[in-house]
Design a protein around this ligand. Structure first.
Ligand SMILES: Nc1ncnc2c1ncn2[C@@H]1O[C@H](COP(=O)(O)OP(=O)(O)OP(=O)(O)O)[C@@H](O)[C@H]1O
Length: 260
């Protein structure tokens, strides 16, 4: 099978700071990829490149056989992106917002209206279609964002902390939804710090640290015959100091009267 996304020798710097250091990845269709790494590792930068937001990188990115920079509109059409902490136009209602997003993707009005209604009904927001989103809770906004990222039925879905703010039932529903999308052959690139969820949902886990891919495999491969959880694997691979010592140091800093 051909990879749907191929990343070759991808590097990106801000000034003299290297943020992605010659990374190579192949992502196959119909898989859920858990993309994990410590704060500042380069996850969002990778996602911004894959979604065409950043284009001043070196190396080669190919999506569905097309070179990304030369075919960015086509790639955007086949990609759905749900960013973390995204700004919604919250003076709009979900109906207005989703209509606006759908038109950006050239979807017919009736298709937008039907999909938006069905998806928001499923999220339990059907009766909020005509309410301004400035009154919405974090979880309600997240549901609208998920809907907007999927509205054009993309074959690649890029999710950044998609469960952020969702209640327990919505979390179960979104995890189920990921499985359904996968069964339809869609590729899901799932960035998260929630190791227990990543461990459960991902077919393959890619771990980035300081701009380098330091692990890439199934959870069984990453475990390498240990019984470690993904959280333990993550700590072993990315942490140089004892985390308990660091927590103690933070608590001690608070107790120190000299600090004001
Ligand atoms: N616009 C920018 N200008 C300068 N440096 C940046 C810029 N955006 C990101 N960086 C730097 O690039 C590095 C990687 O950032 P990135 O946002 O990709 O990390 P991340 O893995 O997504 O982290 P987090 O888990 O905290 O979201 C960080 O050191 C960050 O400070």
């Amino acid at each position: 099978m051909e990879p749907i996304i191929t990343i070759r020798n991808l590097s990106k710097s801000y000034g003299d700071k290297t943020v992605l250091n010659n990374i190579n990845l192949e992502i196959f269709p119909g898989q859920i990829i858990g993309y994990i790494g410590p704060n500042g590792a380069g996850k969002s930068t990778t996602v911004k490149i894959l979604t065409g937001i950043i284009d001043d990188y070196s190396g080669e990115v190919t999506v569905a056989g097309k070179e990304l920079r030369a075919n960015v509109l086509e790639v955007k059409r086949m990609t759905g992106y749900v960013p973390e902490l995204a700004e919604l136009y919250d003076l709009l209602t979900p109906r207005e917002y989703l209509s606006f997003i759908g038109r950006l993707y050239h979807l017919p009005e009736d298709v937008i209206a039907a999909r938006a209604q069905k998806m928001l009904d499923s999220f339990g927001l059907g009766s909020n279609m005509d309410q301004r989103m400035d009154s919405f809770s974090k979880g309600m906004r997240q549901k609208v964002l998920l809907t907007s990222g999927l509205l054009h039925n993309p074959s690649i879905v890029i999710l950044d902390e998609p469960l952020s703010g969702l209640d327990a039932n919505a979390v179960i529903m979104v995890k189920e939804l990921l499985q359904v999308l996968k069964q339809e052959g869609k590729t899901i690139f799932y960035c998260s710090h929630m190791m227990d969820v990543v461990e459960k949902v991902s077919d393959r886990i890619m771990l980035i640290d300081k701009g380098n891919i330091i692990a890439n495999g199934t959870i069984a491969e990453l475990r390498a015959n240990t019984n470690d959880s993904l959280e333990q694997i993550f700590a072993k691979l990315t942490s140089t100091e004892d985390l308990q010592d660091r927590a103690d140091a933070i608590a001690t800093a608070l107790q120190n009267k000299d600090n004001g």
